[in-house]
Ligand binder design. Sequence first.
Ligand code: DGP
Length: 110
Amino acid sequence: MNDCIFCRIINKEIPKEFDFESDSLVVFPDINPSAELHLLIVPKNHIIGMADLTRNHGDLLVEIYNVVNKLVKQNNLEENFYRVVVNGGKAQHVPHLHFHLLGGQWKRMV
Ligand code: DGP
């Protein structure tokens, strides 16, 4: 979608270094981090939010959590504090499904 900020990042219209990229998702740092580590895991397809997920997204969701587990290990968070957050409703500001991985020292609620 042309007016979606995450689609523009995914399509490389906005330069951004990805921490990880596969055929179906990208990972990049949140512009306004709420924790020491704050990464966004974003499917490449424009899925608006949780309510739009169907059984067809099963493989995507497994891939997302596999990537999260890799990022947790890479950042030595296994024995530290970390959370995966998906906002919905009025708590979701960017209408393109994304998972927040937050770790280490907390700054605020995401
Ligand atoms: P949410 O409230 O769950 O929709 O969180 C959206 C997050 O996206 C928020 O923490 C800030 C982040 N964000 C918004 N625009 C940009 C951007 O242009 N670049 C990056 N890296 N992050 C963004």
